[in-house]
Design a protein around this ligand. Structure first.
Ligand code: RAM
Length: 365
């Protein structure tokens, strides 16, 4: 029985249409194996590592696991991590969240080093910068600490698996579709992203740019990608800056919960309300008032609680030898059921949901 959110019919149809392309893109993106060979002293991942999974191994009791989000003061990350910590209780693990208060490139490094010293069984990380965290994560892997990237990936050789909230391609392409429908496929558009290094946003933006190459978007022009650094104040100011610099702007995509909430706040109190369309990825709780006051018509997200839950189970399954991270292995994830590990060590949670005035009151997170 899965508790995955229901995708409204329109989005579900679109997602199915892109599924074939996604498989292709994922195989192209796969640059070799991502499995950690636990017998490797260097901790270097290598194709088809020779650790063997025992799918029937019980989850170990008393595992020590830690969530290291992009930043601790981001409401979205708090929901993910709290759900992961609650899941850990189900299988008798000791779990906690530690992390920086800003999402800058190297802000997570000292936390990884401390978690290594504390001899955790697994570290779960939403990477702020794929390269900055890679060395310390490899050191952790060399000490047989399992690494789960969730939300924002690092380099595949620096983690055992990546729990992706949805197919990156589907997220990117569907964001453009959501905006295009509301601006009649015409006009200048901008993106308000998180940090310039964020692997999740950057991957989605690449797919947005791909989508924009299709003939149906010939009259839409991406004029700027701005960065609010997942900082509320900076995102607010960047929105103001975009609207002043591009007076013909018709729409903004903000694929970050911090960015879209700040942009909505700015637009709702400005002359641009009702003139400039805003969409992106947001939490229903943060966006409800902007849907109700007609600043935003629709936006999307997956269930962050399920993301935390799935990630916690992946950490426990790795630390218990149930999975090693190889493609084709099955991850048993409690109430979420089973997920198969895909190419490049990626495990996908499920399709995102589009929220609008009709359904937003059904969602509380
Ligand atoms: C922000 C963060 C996070 C992203 C969501 C959509 O909270 O950037 O990494 O997944 O937005």
């Amino acid at each position: 029985m899965t508790t995955r959110l229901r995708a409204p019919r329109r989005l579900a149809a679109r997602l199915t249409a892109t599924a074939t392309v996604s498989v292709l893109a994922l195989s192209l993106a796969a640059c070799g194996g991502t499995t950690k060979d636990s017998s490797s002293a260097s901790g270097e991942g290598k194709a088809g590592g020779n650790a063997t999974a025992d799918p029937n191994a019980p989850l170990k009791k008393g595992l020590k696991i830690a969530f290291l989000p992009k930043q601790v003061n981001n409401p979205y990350e708090t929901i993910v991590d709290n759900a992961g910590i609650a899941a850990a209780k189900e299988f008798g693990a000791e779990a906690k969240e530690v992390g920086p208060s800003d999402a800058s490139a190297s802000s997570q490094v000292s936390y990884i080093n401390t978690l290594i010293q504390q001899q955790h069984d697994a570290i779960l990380i939403a990477a702020n910068d794929e390269n900055a965290v890679c060395g310390p994560l490899k050191q952790a892997m060399a000490k047989d600490i399992k690494i789960v990237a969730y939300d924002s990936d690092t380099n595949p050789e620096c983690r055992d698996v990546f729990i992706n909230q949805a197919s990156s391609e589907e997220i990117g392409r569907s964001q453009v579709k959501l905006l295009a429908e509301q601006i009649d496929h015409k006009g200048e558009i901008a993106i308000l992203s998180a940090t310039a290094n964020a692997t999740n946003q950057n991957t989605w933006i690449e797919f947005m740019k791909e989508e924009l190459k299709k003939p149906e978007y010939a009259d839409m022009k991406l004029v700027k990608v701005a960065y609010g650094d997942d900082n509320d104040q900076k995102s607010f100011q960047q929105t103001q800056g975009l609207l002043q610099a591009y007076p013909n702007l018709k729409g903004i995509i903000s694929p970050t919960t911090v960015g879209i909430a700040a942009a909505a706040r700015y637009i709702s109190g400005s002359e641009y309300k009702g003139k400039v369309v805003l969409t992106g990825l947001g939490t229903p709780d943060q966006m409800r008032k902007f849907i109700k006051n007609d600043t935003v018509e629709s936006f999307a997200l997956w269930d962050p609680k399920d993301l935390g839950y799935l990630s916690a189970y992946a950490a426990a399954a790795l630390a218990s030898g149930q999975i090693t991270g190889k493609q084709g292995e099955k991850l048993k994830a409690g109430k979420l059921g089973e997920r198969t590990i895909g190419a490049n060590g990626e495990i996908i949670l499920g399709p995102p949901t589009v929220f609008d005035a009709e359904n937003i009151d059904e969602y509380h997170f």
